[in-house]
Design a protein. Structure first.
Length: 191
């Protein structure tokens, strides 16, 4: 296995803008680092669970992939559009309570995020299983990918914290832009 391309692939996929990262940024920008971290921790735990499921149940899922992918696309698209609406309608003049920026919503979003589901279903069989099939190798791979994902999520929290003042000064424009990015991500699932 080419470790460099494996690590680069994992980091690029987890660090590039996607539904989870956009919500992390929005949550940190609007409600602070603590809420962004809670969402990130929930996302990381779910990411780990999805990787474990991929590693150990990949052969079972391979016969169901077309059906699972279609269901995840529908659910994931609906959830992303809901999050886009929540970000768009976020009241920029007051501090309202956002229920999307917590541990539970971060956890749930990973299971409904087609980018994450597709990544977790393909990274293990593409990079690990052709070369290693021992429990130790699979466990080490899952742990490494999870850590890479956590680092990527924390980078988005950091970005939201560093640019918080700028983002808050242009809150409505930023919220509209982030909502449009989520809508774009939802549309790209079907193209």
């Amino acid at each position: 296995m080419n470790i460099t391309s494996f690590l680069m692939y994992c980091f690029i996929i987890t660090a590039t803008p996607g539904p989870t990262n956009i919500v992390i940024l929005s949550t940190t920008q609007n409600y602070g680092i603590k809420r962004g971290l809670h969402f990130s921790y929930g996302s990381t735990i779910a990411f780990f669970i999805l990787l474990v499921l991929s590693a150990f149940l990949n052969s079972l899922f391979s016969t169901w992939i077309p059906k699972v992918l279609l269901i995840m696309q529908i659910i994931g698209t609906t959830y992303m559009l809901y999050l886009a609406y929540q970000i768009y309608k976020m009241d920029t003049s007051s501090k309202s309570e956002n229920k999307t920026g917590n541990f539970s919503s971060g956890f749930l979003m990973q299971f409904l995020n087609p980018k994450v589901v597709l990544f977790t279903m393909t990274v293990i069989p593409s990079f690990v299983l052709p070369y290693y099939n021992s429990l130790f190798a699979l466990s080490l791979s899952v742990l490494a990918i999870t850590i890479i994902g956590l680092i990527a999520f924390l980078l988005w929290v950091l970005f939201g914290a560093i640019f918080k003042q700028f983002l808050q000064n242009h809150k409505k424009i930023v919220n509209v832009f982030m909502a449009m990015c989520l809508v774009y991500a939802a549309v790209m699932i079907w193209i």
